[in-house]
Design a protein around this ligand. Sequence first.
Ligand SMILES: NC(=O)c1ccc[n+]([C@@H]2O[C@H](COP(=O)([O-])OP(=O)(O)OC[C@H]3O[C@@H](n4cnc5c(N)ncnc54)[C@H](OP(=O)(O)O)[C@@H]3O)[C@@H](O)[C@H]2O)c1
Length: 308
Amino acid sequence: MPSLQASRDANSKFSPPYIPVAVFVGGTSGCGEATVKALASHTGGRVHLIIVGRNRNAAEKTFASMPRPEDESGKPVLREFLSCDVAYMRNVQAVCKQISGLVDHVNLLSLSAGYMTTDLRRDETDEGIDKLLSMRYYHRFKFILELLPLLERAAAAGQIAHAMTMLTISWMNFTLDLDDLDMRKNYTFYRAAAHPAAYNDIMVEEFSKRHPTVAFTHITPGMVSTPGVNRLFDWKPMILLKPFILLLDYLFAERVEVAAEYFLYGLLHAENGNWYLRTKHGDDAGHRVQNPGYNDAVWEHSLKLTSV
Ligand SMILES: NC(=O)c1ccc[n+]([C@@H]2O[C@H](COP(=O)([O-])OP(=O)(O)OC[C@H]3O[C@@H](n4cnc5c(N)ncnc54)[C@H](OP(=O)(O)O)[C@@H]3O)[C@@H](O)[C@H]2O)c1
């Protein structure tokens, strides 16, 4: 496991001969925001940044906190916020079009938008996708799919091309109900956590098979102290457990600035052509393969559900 100092040192050595283009979906809070800041800090702001989310103020504040040097043509590097509710596939498609209008390639795509909840009731968008499952998986699949041409262009230029999704990785093989992959029939707390974890694992493997010039990673966040923890109390019965959860958070959760160094390590240390499952400390956890029959089913299901 790279120590915090080793991760910091490795991150500070990231100094490509070009100015990288980085897209952060979920860069307005918590793990994503802290990783944007860590990247800007290690590069002296020498990075074109696009943040996708709903909270413009948070993004503007982050941009204002970092240096904004000039690019090779003397123009200030890109600092762009794109407002988007990413739970909807049509929105993801539209915002990816906007991104394609801003840049002709993408080096780093970080996907950390999502939320934690204990209120487990199926809540469908008008596209027929449960919102929580969309945030945990489907919108991530759609972003990668739509931005692949830009990632592949970066790879073709000999530059880093890497898409990284952040959600707990699947630690065990368990049975997927292939007739109910979007959980219309059986929606439980356990399944809403375990299924998207497995889908994200399968996603990086399957994208890698089909797009072998790009790198793909699924990294686990572990327990990190972020504003996201407070959302757990949106469901009023959870107020009773608040002292207990806050105590766990205090005792066991990583500080977000520390976790961000590990996430950034994972984001910057990927070889084009490989896929990775990484622990919360950025370690390569190896290639755990799900039941081999699952991959094709999850891939086909994802294409179908995310098409608009
Ligand atoms: N922190 C932990 O301990 C922990 C543990 C396990 C898993 N995770 C997962 O790791 C990821 C990052 O967590 P975090 O703690 O950093 O969360 P956070 O602080 O709550 O940040 C969540 C991010 O997701 C974005 N987001 C949520 N819904 C969105 C929507 N509909 N459209 C666009 N953006 C949306 C938010 O952006 P806007 O506010 O701008 O919309 C924000 O940038 C999440 O997927 C979370 O479920 C976290």
